[in-house]
Ligand binder design. Sequence first.
Ligand SMILES: [Zn+2]
Ligand SMILES: [Zn+2]
Ligand SMILES: [Zn+2]
Length: 297
Amino acid sequence: MEILLAIWEDHDLQADDNAVSFSQIRSRVAHDDPGNLRYHLNKLEGHFVRQRSERGGYALRVPAKKLIREVVAGAGVHDKHLPPTRVDQRCPFCEAPTVMSYREGVLFWACHECGGMTPGRDFAPFDPPGPLTAHSFAPAGLHEWSPERLWSASLVAGWRRLRSMFDGICPNCSSPVNSWFDSCPDHDPDRCDDCGLRFGTTAHFRCSACDRHLGCTPKQLALFHPAVVSFYDDHGISTRIRADAVDHAKRVYDLVLDHEVTVLDVEPISVAVTVSNDDETVRLTFDDSVRVVDVSR
Ligand SMILES: [Zn+2]
Ligand SMILES: [Zn+2]
Ligand SMILES: [Zn+2]
């Protein structure tokens, strides 16, 4: 890793020949013994490092660059932490003040008053009570945003990852994704002792290779469909959100919560999401594998 970082730090991305010489690498790493360094360089050659024979320098291959970017994104992964910090966003369910917090790579937005998305659940001592959203977020970006923009940045990041899962490809490992619905038969939206969730119907996505799992309300998935995007566009509303445009992101988030979910059939399950604006509606029907099979407007 030290050798790869030495090449990374010395290589010139813009140059045609961005190889780094053996002596440059040697001056950056702690190896005094050139034989030992050459031994380790030989081990890296092939998959991670390419030797430029004409000039004798070393260049990084794509897998090495990916690895280093991961290290940069995760810089200080064990000490980045954000204690619950008040943000200027009211809880969409009870209007109480809300907080953002960060631990172990996950950014939480939570309401401690009403239980957020999980009003019927008890939490382990370290989980923030009442999560409204929980998105994985690279620690390198944590202190680059104000708490307000952290809210919209996490929404952008979370929806992007969800969009990829919905489109059938894992954003982590590029493998195929399995998807299904889960619905609570006797759901009580105020406090459900059966499922513990705010919304009784959940769309699940699980990667077939790395086991990455995301669950969401189908309300949110409607926003990824072109019929809904154009419906909103016809009503003068852009569904595009940006990390640095907090007010607009909040508006789009509120629209999503107004989407109406109906379970049409149980076996196999079929779910409709209805989007309304100015007395007009568009309705998407999802089959049991969370694919849109019908659109009516
Ligand atoms: Zn609340
Ligand atoms: Zn329930
Ligand atoms: Zn995966």
